[in-house]
Every structure is written in C-alpha cells, then in structure tokens.
Ligand binder design. Structure first.
Ligand SMILES: Nc1ncnc2c1ncn2[C@@H]1O[C@H](COP(=O)(O)OP(=O)(O)O)[C@@H](O)[C@H]1O
Ligand SMILES: [Mg+2]
Length: 370
C-alpha cells in the first residue's frame, strides 16, 4: 500500500491558483522529492500534507487513513504525525539540544525515563550525542539542522517532510548533508517527502522525483528516468543542462524520423514512433554529443559539422561551446577536441524529440514511466 496519496489537490490563494489538481503517490519507505523552480507550489504541497494549509479540493491519505477529504475530513496537524523540517532551523534558542529534541515527547507527556532514552537514541542517529548539553548558538548551521531533524524524528513520525532543509548550508556541507540524510533515512526507513529547487540535490537524494511547474506536476520518475527521458521541454530544460535546437521532421515511418536541424545541411535520423511531420524541438545533453577530430568513417551516425566558439578546462572535464546551425551548444568531454571546424556526432538514441504543442510529450521509444 502506498504510504501517501494525494488526489486532485487544488489550492487557491486569493485569485492565484498555487496548485492545480496535484495527484501523487508515494511508496512506503521512499525518499520522494518535489523539484521545481521557486513559486511552483512545492511548499504549498508539503504544507497541505502536514495539515498547515487546507486545500480547496481533493483528498490526502496516509496509507489507508484519510487525513483530508475536502468538505468531509480534515485531521488536525498535530494528529497527522508528520515530522517537519524547514529551511530555517526553527529550533528554540533558549533550550539545549537535548531539550529541543525531547520537546515533542514532553508535549505528548512521555514519561521522563522513556523520553531521555529516546533523546539519546535520536541524537546518536544524527551524530550529536556529544552536544546534548549545548545551546543552538554554540552549534554550526549544519549541526542546528541536524537538531531540527532529530526533533522531527523524536516521536517516530509516519511521514518525514523536509522543506529545503539544506538551502542555508554552504556547498560542501550541503553535499555531505545529502549523503548523510540518505543513509539516515535508509536506517530509519521512514517515508520522506523532500522539497528542493536544486536539481543536483533532487537527483542525488531521491528514489523518485516529481517535477513541478506553476502548480502542476509535469513528470514523476526515478532520477534516471527524469534526466534521460524528460516528458517535455520544461523538464528537459530544468533538470540538467539541455541543448535545445529547432528542427523539422521531414520523414517519419512510425519507427524512425528524419530531421533537419535549422541551418544544418546534414539530416539526423532518430528512433521515433510519432508519424507527424513538421516543426519540433530536439534536446541533447552536453555529455552525449561526441566531438571528433575531423570526420571519422568508423562512426558515421548523425554526423554534422560545427564550429568551436569557446572552451574551458574544468579539471576533470572540458566544456566546449560549439555552434550547430548558428545555435550555441554546450558539449562536455573528458578528452580535448580540436578547435575551429569540427565534425560532431549526435547518437540517435540520445536525441529527444518534442513536438511543438502545449502538451507536447516525448514520443521516442522509451516512454517516460509515470
Ligand atoms: N500564504 C500565501 N498567501 C498567498 N500566496 C501564497 C501563499 N503561500 C504561497 N503563495 C503563492 O503560491 C505559489 C506557490 O508557492 P510555494 O508553494 O511557496 O512555492 P515553492 O515552495 O515551490 O517556492 C507562489 O506563487 C506563492 O506566491
Ligand atoms: Mg518553498
């Protein structure tokens, strides 16, 4: 049974619709991430799950327990048993680490001995046992965030809800915190909904990701599905670096399509099940473009000429900006390429084709899994 189910959640603020019919299913024990730009409705979704916002339609169930059904059921936040951690650390400055963590248990009138035992357990879990007697101002930002997490876990929650918990940390610490969270979550096994606007963070911590845009869910999938088979141009562009080129489908037989990229003489052939002809946009990731030193007869697939605009050495790889038919295209490679005119190859299986429609979906062989 799924751990969390949202069905048709709509939320209106004044006249602004923050969520349009959001439906999601989160499986037991998953780290499920809501990813999207600022203002797309991630926090509103999380707050609705926690019971801090009341949606205008739809229903929310934790397992087989309905906690919200518009007009019928609305379980109070304190009875939803969610552990919540926000971006701001929100721990009490006048309480020690142990008092902060034990506070939810005190509210629930847990006997002192049991409370102290549980506080020791969770502090060990977040590796703060040695700091139990300290006060928040004596801790680093990362440590304060671990106190907030320990407090959220103190009374074992049915759901852990994390709203951009690492955004205030510096890059190195953020990276360590992600790995640490993933290990911790797998030890505790608690179903977790994680909110971030940072695609690297989403790809690295999540079992599955929902990409959101202006109050709507665009795609749900594993990090690899989202990155390799984006459902639409928004997802392609938001998750990772996407080179997007205008092109025209000139032939399509239901298995392959022949495309002409604007301003490029050489045709491209790609696997494609859609038979429609006409304008499309294609997306290719920087690491999938093969830069060759001149023409290479042993590798004749989808080769076309390009010109190098600029290059940068980044330690473990090179980053080129090349021009294909006038459009700047980013290429990353571990081997340096020649400068000036180049022959590049776009492997057919790495080209995603999007028809130019409001609801365009990828129509390649590998349909995204929802
Ligand atoms: N309490 C509120 N009152 C009015 N508008 C709000 C409120 N909370 C959020 N919004 C609006 O709803 C939209 C979604 O916000 P939010 O869920 O906070 O986005 P995110 O967390 O993805 O950045 C935004 O346009 C935001 O301005
Ligand atoms: Mg937010």
């Amino acid at each position: 049974m799924p751990s969390l189910q949202l069905d048709g959640i709509t939320k209106q603020f004044d006249r602004h619709t923050a969520l349009h019919e959001v439906s999601l299913t989160v499986q037991d024990g998953e780290i499920f991430t809501l990813l999207g730009p600022s203002g797309c409705g991630k926090s509103t979704t999380l707050w609705s799950i926690a019971g801090l916002h009341q949606p205008d339609s739809g229903s929310i169930a934790f397992g087989d327990r309905v906690v919200f059904d518009h007009g019928r059921v609305n379980v109070e936040p304190e009875h939803r048993n969610c552990g919540v951690v926000f971006q701001s650390y929100a721990i009490w400055p006048h309480m020690s680490v142990a008092e902060n963590v034990g506070y939810p248990l005190k509210l629930r009138k847990t006997p002192r001995a049991a409370r102290e035992r549980r506080v020791r357990e969770v502090l060990e879990l977040v590796e703060l046992s040695r700091h139990a007697g300290r006060y928040p101002h004596e801790l680093s930002g990362g440590q304060q965030q671990r106190v907030a997490l320990a407090r959220a876990l103190a009374h074992p929650p049915d759901l852990l809800l994390l709203d951009e918990p690492f955004s205030n940390l510096d890059a190195k610490l953020r990276d360590r915190s992600r790995q640490w969270l993933k290990t911790l979550q797998s030890q505790v096994g608690v179903t977790t909904v994680f909110v971030t606007h940072d695609q690297d963070e989403a790809l690295s911590v999540s079992d599955r990701v929902a990409v959101m845009d202006r109050g709507r869910v665009r795609q749900v999938g594993t990090p690899a599905e989202i990155y390799e088979h984006p459902a639409d141009l928004f997802v392609a562009d938001f998750v990772g670096t996407a080179n997007i080129l205008a092109a025209t489908v000139v032939e399509a037989d239901g298995t392959h399509a022949v495309l002409r990229v604007d301003g490029v003489a050489e045709p491209l052939k790609v696997p494609h099940t859609d038979r429609r002809l006409g304008p499309v946009r294609i997306c290719v990731r920087p690491e999938n473009i093969d830069i060759q030193r001149g023409a290479d007869a042993s590798h004749p697939r989808n080769t076309l000429t390009a010109k190098v605009d600029s290059q940068a050495y980044l330690g473990d790889h090179y980053r080129y900006t090349i021009r294909i038919g006038g459009t700047p295209v980013i290429v990353t490679t571990t081997r340096p390429a020649a400068t000036g005119e180049l022959t590049v190859s776009l492997p057919p299986e790495d080209i995603r084709v999007f028809h130019e429609e409001a609801d365009s979906h990828e129509e390649n062989h590998h349909a995204p899994v929802h």
